[in-house]
Design a protein around this ligand. Structure first.
Ligand code: SF4
Length: 409
């Protein structure tokens, strides 16, 4: 794995990925001008730009300039609020052109040259019903297609969104203003997007996710109709990678069995935060309506019935002290459940009043802790060539590299 200089630190690609995701970047206009017609780089924040480090680690590139305007349109924030957060939305990272090639800088220092992914027409497409791909689906890394949030989050609409969740914030804001919830893509829309992504964008894996619902049957209906459509209109044999379902843990286990029989490769019931007190304020709906216990019951059921690595639970890295994160990740890994890790993106969405991203030491400790757990319990997270804001696949690869190195020496 490559190494870089960041401030006074000597860091590797995973640590750099965490720092860039959590701090955002500014991308020079010249970079868009030169590459947006030949590479996957778009000024619309909905496209979730990413780039590759020299060793091919995928990194999300949230351009804070555009992110701010996307936020203001999502939440209808007034200018006073925007000004309040503007100061905290500065970043030292920048992508500029040097000798006509894209380079990541921190301040005036060059961190590393980067690579952009090949151009695709994905974001110009519409489904046969007229649904634009942009804003409803995203390409992630080199081989994933994901859907932002297929159905509304009822927890958020009832005033209990998770504090870090951009979709949840949007549902809450709409409900507060008595505005209708966003359009729900039809199963046919979803299948068409998947077919296009597989046929034209080298995609082999997909993520299906939506908001939490009060009644398990509501979510079950959504997921089942999407899975049926994927079976009929895409065909499981065409999906060479994995289908990940992110679900609200149901109280009846037959629902989980149905999802696996419909073709799910793995299922996530994400706790996001382990510490109970912090979770009650950061993820109020999940803790009050679904409860930690139901999450753990569903995850354990999956791991026991379908084997280690079939269940996973995401943690948002940066929201809680290392001690409780280690406790939670260890508890799950011991039971054959993968603790996965997405990096908190604090800009413009403060959690408990803070938008302060963790430092290098925190990210390094998380990497080492998860690598140890994945190795000890032989857990292999999904991700293929890597996901935009998640690091579990990168950490697994790093752990495997370390093992090979020690076997050869
Ligand atoms: S329950 Fe899920 S969709 Fe709803 S606010 Fe929390 S993370 Fe967002």
């Amino acid at each position: 794995m490559n190494r870089y200089r960041f401030a006074n630190y000597d860091i590797d690609s995973i640590e750099l990925k965490c720092l860039v995701i959590s701090r955002g970047v500014k991308i020079d206009k010249n970079v868009y001008k030169k590459f947006s017609k030949t590479n996957r780089l778009n000024t619309n924040a909905m496209t979730c730009n990413c780039f590759k480090l020299p060793d091919d680690t995928i990194v999300m590139a949230t351009d804070l300039g555009f992110h701010l305007s996307a936020l203001s349109s999502m939440f209808s924030w007034d200018n006073i609020k925007l000004y309040k957060y503007m100061e905290d939305m500065k970043t030292g990272f920048k992508i500029s052109l040097i000798d006509d090639e894209p380079v990541l800088l921190y301040g005036a220092e060059i961190v590393t040259p980067i690579k952009l992914l090949p151009y695709t027409d994905f974001y110009k497409q519409k489904t046969s019903s007229g649904m634009p791909y942009m804003g409803n689906a995203v390409l992630q890394g080199c081989d994933w297609v994901a859907f932002q949030c297929l159905w509304p989050c009822e927890y958020a609409a009832s005033g209990k969104p998770c504090q870090y969740c951009f979709s949840g914030g949007q549902f809450e804001a709409l409900a507060r203003r008595n505005k209708p919830m966003p359009f729900i893509p039809s199963p046919k829309d979803v299948s068409e997007v998947i077919n296009y992504a597989i046929d034209n964008c080298n995609v082999n894996s997909l993520q299906i996710t939506g908001g939490s619902t009060f009644k398990a049957e509501t979510e079950e209906k959504h997921i089942t109709s999407y899975m049926n459509s994927i079976n009929e209109k895409v065909g499981l044999e065409k999906i060479k990678g994995e289908i990940l379902l992110y679900i609200t843990p149901p109280d009846k286990t037959y629902v989980i069995d149905n999802y696996f029989s419909q073709g799910a490769s793995r299922i996530a019931c994400s706790l996001e935060v382990w510490d109970d007190k912090l979770a009650a304020s950061i993820t109020p709906g999940k803790r009050e309506f679904t409860t930690k216990e139901r999450h753990i019951d569903a995850l354990t059921y999956i791991a026991e019935k379908y084997g280690p690595g079939k269940a996973f639970s995401n943690f948002i890295i940066g929201l809680e002290p290392l001690e409780s994160l280690i406790e939670g990740a260890t508890y799950l890994a011991e039971r054959g459940i993968i603790p996965s890790a997405s990096i908190w993106m604090p800009f413009g969405k403060p959690v408990n009043g803070s938008m302060k991203a963790p430092d290098v030491e925190y990210f390094r400790a998380v990497k080492e802790m998860l690598a140890e757990l994945y190795t000890k319990y032989d857990l292999s997270p999904a991700g293929n060539c890597g996901l935009n804001v998640c690091v579990e696949r990168d950490i697994k690869k790093w752990a495997e590299g370390k093992q090979t190195l020690s076997l050869n020496t």
